[in-house]
Design a protein around this ligand. Structure first.
Ligand code: UDP
Ligand code: MG
Length: 313
């Protein structure tokens, strides 16, 4: 199969028929063999009935229905697991992403050899203050932390080669950082394509203000887990030891000063409290690292490595 189109959706019954018809038009014009996997993320409207109806008209349309709302990441993850195409394209269900971009995104994977191509909504039709400006800040932070040169990490419209989606796991709200997950998994050829963005035609946005807090925390998690997830001691141990040594050094100085130099009482000097603080924080960081290390030793994932190829074994 050439192409899998994965569409996570939550209460989008109004746009689905139009979206499906448009995708069908574009894909048939190119002559791809394809499937459309619609993941109903616990919708409370008629979305699932619409999907069932669409499938009767076109057997390439497939559906997965969640029991409740688990979030976009969960929906993508299930869609990735189910997909059979050589190229996987994800898009939002709200018609903000245009299916006309499909052929180019497909070709960039197949012909130009990209592992992942992310859409870039260069011109956005969203609210300036709640979406556009915060999103610029996020992208700048994600760019500098991950060293991936993308303008729009969170674009719903992306294409992947098959091996990428089969090697990554999208959970929590990590759908914002799929390119980072792909990079950590070793896929370095990450491209970008300016895509047409459209105003939401039906329904409302499904992400409120919590997107800022969660987006930021997830960025920290992804950065930390990717870098130190398998060796927490290298982070905590280093800073813990440095802090402790600093405290100890100051303490030594204070003691020498008290007994042999100016004989001021130790607790009368502010430096004394800094020293204690540094030693306590140092010990705690060290312990955090040690406990982290014990946990990662017990983790079932501790020896999960992605093997690209094997010869004769
Ligand atoms: N979505 C989902 N589960 C959720 C929230 C959103 O599957 O819990 C889907 C939603 O139906 C849409 C896509 O994720 O297809 C992007 O959501 P939305 O358009 O609301 O986000 P925005 O464009 O406002 O960033
Ligand atoms: Mg949208």
């Amino acid at each position: 199969m050439d192409l899998s189109i994965v569409i996570p959706l939550f209460n989008e019954d109004e746009s689905l028929p139009e979206l499906a018809a448009w995708i069908e038009r574009v894909v048939n014009a190119q002559g791809y063999s394809y499937e459309v996997i619609m993941i109903d993320d616990g919708s409370t409207d008629r979305s699932w009935e619409v999907i069932e109806k669409l499938r009767q008209g076109n057997a390439n349309i497939k559906g997965i229905k969640f029991q409740r709302n688990y979030g976009k990441s969960a929906a993508l993850n299930e869609g990735f697991k189910a997909s059979q195409g050589n190229v996987i394209i994800t898009m939002d269900a709200d018609m903000q992403d245009s299916p006309d971009e499909i052929p180019d995104l497909y070709n960039m994977i197949i012909r130009d050899g990209f592992d992942l191509v992310s859409g870039w909504k260069k011109k956005r039709y969203d609210n300036t203050f709640t979406k556009n400006i915060p999103s610029k800040l996020f992208n700048a932070a994600a760019r500098s932390m991950s060293k991936i040169k993308l303008h729009d990490f969170n674009c719903g419209l992306k294409s992947y080669s098959r091996k990428v989606v089969k090697s990554i796991e999208v959970y929590g709200e990590m759908h914002r950082y799929v390119p980072v997950l792909a990079k950590w998994a070793g896929f370095r050829k990450i491209g970008e394509k300016v895509v047409e963005h459209r105003a939401r035609k039906y329904g409302v946005t499904k992400f409120g203000w919590s997107r800022f807090v969660n987006g930021f925390l997830d960025l920290m998690t992804i950065f930390f887990v990717g870098k130190f997830g398998k060796r927490p001691m290298h982070f905590f141990g280093l800073w813990g030891t440095l802090s402790f040594m600093f405290g100890l050094l100051v303490f030594t100085y204070l003691s020498i000063s008290k007994f042999f130099l100016d004989k001021t009482g130790m607790t009368q000097r502010p430096l004394f409290f800094f020293a204690i603080l540094a030693m306590i924080i140092g010990t705690q960081l060290f312990l955090a690292g040690f406990i982290g290390e014990l946990i990662s030793r017990n983790s079932v994932e501790r020896n999960n490595y992605l093997i690209e190829e094997k010869l004769g074994v």
